[in-house]
Write a new protein. Sequence first.
Length: 251
Amino acid sequence: MNRRAPLFVGNWKMNKNASQTRSFIEAFLPLAEKISARVDIAIAPPFTALAAAAAALAASSRVALAAQTMSEYGEGAYTGEIAASMLAEFQVSYVILGHSERRLYQHESDLAIGAKVRAALAAGMKPILAVGESLAVREEGNAVAHVLAQLEGALGELSDDRAAQVVIAYEPIWAIGTGKNCDRDQAQEIAHAIRGSRGAFAEIPILYGGSMKPENASAYLQMPDIDGGLVGGASLDPASFAALITGAVAA
Ligand code: PGA
């Protein structure tokens, strides 16, 4: 296993209301308590379930809370948006930024994502910056260049001290929710390129995401630059998410 502490984040996307979130946590916490304390675990429910999740998780420090996005602005006339300080009120430790679904449907640019990263860090949260290429870009042989350009676009202005506090999730778009997980050597190639692109990334957690399942998670974790997973579908069921993590770190 890698030297760096593994991190697994359940990205629930637009799934689970507050009561479903409470049920998940009730079932998941006892399973999570059995997982090595070396492993960091977080769940990212929708905004409307964060209060319920914070209350249900309060009794234990085993599982951290993450948000799925946030505004780059501190407050003001941004209808529908949520600020970092609002998330901090619910003990949110991580925030996923720049997920490909937000880049696609909400037209988030690298520039805006970079501003969100800085706002999250300023509020004391760890940004999980998601990057990844489309199938067309991969087939053209430009996956590495594309991912490094996304990183430069979002983090180029960040100081090295700040950049060392970021989590990066490599999620090839063609592998998300499709069941077509990326070959682990391909994922490692990108993770290695990310790590080597900046001195500040030497010890940050780099996650893989895209159809990660209990059956394939350990293969990724055996790769030297992959430290965990950003897990969508397989994080919605408590037993499946716990089995994925347990299997991944046992190898
Ligand atoms: P998936 O989603 O595990 O369902 O492929 C991963 C993600 O989008 O973060």
